[in-house]
Unconditional design. Sequence first.
Length: 205
Amino acid sequence: MSEMWAIAAVVVAVITIGVMFYLDRKRNPRREFAYEVTASPLVSSKIRGLDKLAVSYDGSPLAHPYLVTVRMASTGRADISSTSFDGNKPVIIELNVPILGEIEQSTSMETVGARLKYASGETSLVLPPSLLPKGFSIHGSYLCDGIPQIESRIELADITIRNTSRASSDSFERVSSSLSVWSRAVSFGAMAVTGVIAAWTLVRP
């Protein structure tokens, strides 16, 4: 009989771990903002006779045409609200070269109004404070003349920010997140073990 009680206590402890872990994830859903910015020359420097090749945009010649691609996404388990933009500050991607035009911009949800904005001739792309539902993403391509020197200014309160164009940073965020999950799991496990020991003590002859 005591063995049956011990087995029942273990089963209850395992179920308790699962329930507590689930409730913890529900109470503390991770919100995450991922972004990637890449820049590619439109003309390779390895092309022979490059000095005889001319590239123009809207009738104006370009000395060093570059295509900048920006991807942003809400990749966590919960929405990012507009109030998460700390101090109502927008997300800014500074290119440090004039933006000549937008080649394309698309989003994963047409009903969401978040969009990248810029002023012609300016050097930054701006995402104003907006609701970013979980799973929402933006993809945009922009033409510049000059080698972009990319800088980001992202101030989102209580949001995990991942720069996926930098593998080392991305890996660090994944490791940090995994450690956090395992830390909670170990805590719950310790509580469950304590419960099992207590139950065993009660049913032990």
